[in-house]
Write a protein that binds this ligand. Structure first.
Ligand code: NI
Length: 182
């Protein structure tokens, strides 16, 4: 596959009305289509270009219930290579919630502490229509909950318990990342 500059889409920012809309289900006739394949490719290229771990279709002004994400390898999980989840349904497993830092390509330059369920159950379809069901925890669960929210017109700022932790990325790296206990 040859990637070209034209595959990089514009990521819309807070204030664009599509970010606040409930996205539509991906219709049955799009599964396995060149159109959905192309959307996946463009979301993946755009996410990589912008250095994100997830990108939902509404963030490129496509009001459809799907998002791409990936999870880098860490101590608690192997790498999950980029995949497109279509028409996902998520449900918390247990009530355990943990706070973690998030940012968003549609809210550029900021980081904030967001409470998310620690474990979730995910059901979704893949590009070809195949059904997928799995559990996700920790960072993986966080990424999915963040991206899922975009399908309902919700951004992470709405989920913050207080805006007091909001920080610009530069200051976040300088003062918070270096001293995460403070
Ligand atoms: Ni986001």
């Amino acid at each position: 596959m040859v990637e070209t500059r034209s595959d990089v889409l514009e990521v819309i920012r807070l204030g664009h009305p599509v970010l606040r809309m409930r996205a539509e289900d991906v219709p049955e006739n799009l599964f396995g289509s060149a159109e959905l394949e192309e959307l996946k490719r463009k979301l993946e290229v755009t996410m990589a270009e912008e250095g994100g771990v997830g990108l939902a279709a509404p963030q490129v002004a496509e009001s459809l219930r799907c998002f791409i994400y990936w999870v880098p390898e860490s101590d608690d999980s192997p790498e999950i290579s980029p995949r497109l989840l279509v028409n996902p349904v998520i449900k918390p497993i247990g009530r355990e919630v943990e706070e973690g830092w998030e940012g968003c390509l549609s809210v550029p330059g900021l980081r904030g502490l967001v409470p998310r369920y620690r474990r979730i159950k995910v059901k979704a379809r893949l590009l070809d229509g195949q059904s997928l069901s799995f559990t996700a925890d920790g960072f993986h669960a966080r990424v999915i909950q963040h991206e899922y929210d975009h399908l309902d017109g919700i951004v992470y700022l709405d989920r913050m318990e207080s805006p007091a932790s909001l920080a610009f990325e530069e200051e976040w790296e300088r003062y918070i990342l270096k001293d995460p206990e403070s």
